[in-house]
Design a protein around this ligand. Structure first.
Ligand SMILES: [Ca+2]
Ligand SMILES: [Ca+2]
Length: 625
């Protein structure tokens, strides 16, 4: 009890970051096989480079070898001279060797300079960071670096890296980890009176306006198809920009449909270093071309409405749910963020979590709706001071749902302009609702209204019928209790200190409870050496919970996170996921790996970290990170 108390007090300082680190090492043999097949382009950092660039790189390597030979010749000449001992013949020979080696070196250096110049020009033309700038092999550092911002500066983006079959009417969406200055991304309309990025002149039933993308700051352009040979400036896509109120998620809606109906078209998105954070500082530091990715657009337009695949807590008439939980709804496809993000106190009404009162009225609980899990999950966290629940084990103030109470969760379908129409322009009736761009309910990325189907999904028929038929809702009961069970890691794949890991293995970590996805933005994937870092996004999955788990008293699911990385791990580099104690479960309990089942069972408050399965008194962030 005493040690438990000490443990609590240590944790409640909120200062400690408890890390759980796994190390694993990709298999160099496997890597070789992989690089010859699918991973070749990424692993070499050549991206979409054509044969000219490849040849230029080969020439550079050959010149490097010739340079070494020339230097060896200089050494040989010097050696001859030193050991000549006045022998004129040998001195003469030495002079000849030195002069010739010198001339050779000059030629090689000029050739090297020319190659470098050609590579620079090609880099400008192809948009690939070929020169890398890092130590080690040509290009490799550059290719990885331009992807590694995902998971560090960028939380997620849609479409994902290398995603196929993206519909032609998809927007491009980027979520940054911190607030971004919208003026660095978009041109502001002159008559604008409302806050940046929110629609203006939206009154009197007029459709809301957006702002224009600065196409030199974020470039979206086709790399295949009819326009492929045009200059980037000429083929960059014009787009309207909108953003969520926290200034972290930006939606870029192309003015015309992407791609063509005749053939699949590959697109590239490039972020420049001109993007500023909300304090006016460069978001990516000094990096000139910090991030880019490609995806492929299909020949089709998305006219299929999104569906709900699951929700938390589970609908139940027999089990009461503790009060201190977040509410989550999962969807079968990514959801357009601004239609599903907002604060109840600001009038956001597209989703409601509230207490059922007499006469079928719902009293909305104050809180915030967020979009997470690569835009597939909407999460609700209460923030009503009257429902304050005290502090959790890591010292964070938390807010509960009302309890005991009968609760209802509602996700509205968006109003339809002409129900049943498949014409993309006639799908959604944009109302004068400035906070959500006129979207009155949940829509997918292509703005198809939710096929929620009502209670028990009776109308989930693949057709968008609008409200109220296609509103999604369910009921659950809260108890007066709080859930204070600490979430545990049940398994990790690859396991701790595992080597021989495939370069395309996607690390997966299984938790004992449903987790609060939005807190996973603090998860890191460190690389040693650091230049081999890969970008990663987080995909969550849920599975049925075993009855032996004490948490199943309340819940029916566990959750797992997969660190999905679009570029291959570098062979023979070490990687370590870092899971800090700021990760929370769906009842706001912080993770505490030092009492975990992954090898660390130490409850000594002086060793709060768990590193590679061993309790540790200090943080376990590996060297090089
Ligand atoms: Ca869809
Ligand atoms: Ca329907």
């Amino acid at each position: 009890m005493n040690s438990m108390h000490r443990l609590r007090s240590v944790l409640s300082t909120g200062l400690l970051v408890v890390g759980l680190v796994f190390l694993f090492l990709p298999d160099p043999t496997l890597a070789q096989i992989d690089t010859q097949l699918t991973g070749f382009q990424e692993a070499t950092g050549l991206g979409n480079t054509d044969i000219r660039v490849t040849i230029a790189n080969i020439v550079r390597v050959i010149l490097g070898f010739l340079g070494i030979i020339a230097i060896l010749l200089v050494l040989y000449g010097g050696f001859l001279w030193m050991t000549a001992a006045g022998n004129e013949d040998q001195i003469g020979k030495a002079k000849k060797v030195l002069i010739n080696a010198g001339i050779g070196l000059l030629i090689i250096m000029s050739a090297f300079a020319i190659t470098q110049f050609v590579l620079t020009k090609l880099q400008e033309a192809t948009g690939t960071d070929l020169l890398g700038g890092g130590v080690g092999s040509a290009g490799a550092g550059g290719g990885f670096r331009s992807s590694a911002a995902l998971g560090t500066t960028i939380e997620s983006h849609y479409p994902e890296r290398n995603e196929k079959n993206v519909p032609r009417n998809a927007p491009i969406v980027i979520t940054f980890k911190i607030a971004v200055d919208p003026a660095s991304i978009m041109t502001l309309a002159k008559d604008k009176t409302t806050a940046l990025g929110t629609p203006q002149d939206a009154g009197a039933g007029l459709p809301p306006k957006y702002d224009d993308l600065k196409t030199d700051v974020i470039r979206i352009y086709p790399v295949t198809g009819a326009l492929k040979d045009k200059k980037i400036e000429e083929k960059s896509v014009a787009a309207f920009v909108s953003m969520t109120p926290d200034q972290k998620t930006f939606m870029f809606e192309p003015v015309v449909l992407l791609g063509s109906s005749a053939e699949q078209t590959e697109y590239r998105v490039e972020l420049s270093g001109a993007i500023m954070n909300s304090k006016g500082k460069p978001l990516f530091g000094n990096t000139k071309n910090p991030y880019d990715w490609n995806f492929t657009v299909s020949t089709l337009v998305d006219n299929t409405p999104p569906k709900v695949t699951g929700a938390f807590p589970a609908m139940s008439t027999t089990k009461d749910t503790p009060r201190n939980i977040a509410v989550m709804i999962n969807f079968n496809e990514p959801i357009f963020p601004i239609a599903a993000s907002g604060k109840v106190a600001d009038g956001f009404n597209n989703l409601v979590v509230g207490e059922v009162q007499g006469g079928n009225t719902i009293k909305p609980t104050l809180g915030t709706f967020r979009i997470t899990n690569n835009y597939r999950t909407i999460e609700f966290q209460a923030d009503d001071a009257s429902n304050s629940c005290g502090k959790n084990t890591c010292g964070k103030e938390i807010y509960c749902l009302p309890g005991p109470a009968q609760m209802q969760v509602l996700a509205r379908a968006a109003e339809l302009k002409s129900p049943g129409s498949t014409d993309p322009a006639a799908k959604i009736n944009l109302l004068a609702s400035p906070a959500t761009l006129g979207l009155t309910g949940v829509v997918d990325m292509a703005k198809n209204s939710l096929d929620g189907g009502g209670l028990n999904a009776a109308n989930a028929d693949g057709k968008a019928q609008g409200p109220t038929a296609d509103n999604f809702y369910f009921l659950f009961r809260t108890s007066g209790e709080k859930d204070v069970i600490i979430p545990r890691i049940l398994s990790a794949d690859p396991g701790i200190l595992k080597d021989g890991v495939a370069v395309d293995a996607q690390p997966k970590i299984q938790f004992s409870k449903p987790m609060l996805y939005s807190t996973f933005s603090d998860v890191m994937l460190y690389a040693d050496p650091v230049s081999n870092g890969v970008g990663f996004s987080k995909n969550f999955t849920e599975s049925a919970m075993g009855e032996d788990n004490p948490a199943s008293k309340f819940y029916d699911t566990q959750s797992a996170v997969t660190l999905y990385h679009g570029t291959a791990f570098a062979p023979e580099a070490k990687y370590s996921p870092h899971l800090p104690s700021t990760i929370m479960d769906a009842a706001y309990n912080c993770m505490y790996p030092a009492v975990d089942t992954m090898g660390c069972k130490d409850t000594d408050a002086s060793k709060p970290w768990c590193c590679n399965g061993n309790a540790s008194a200090s943080a376990c962030i590996p060297s090089g990170s």
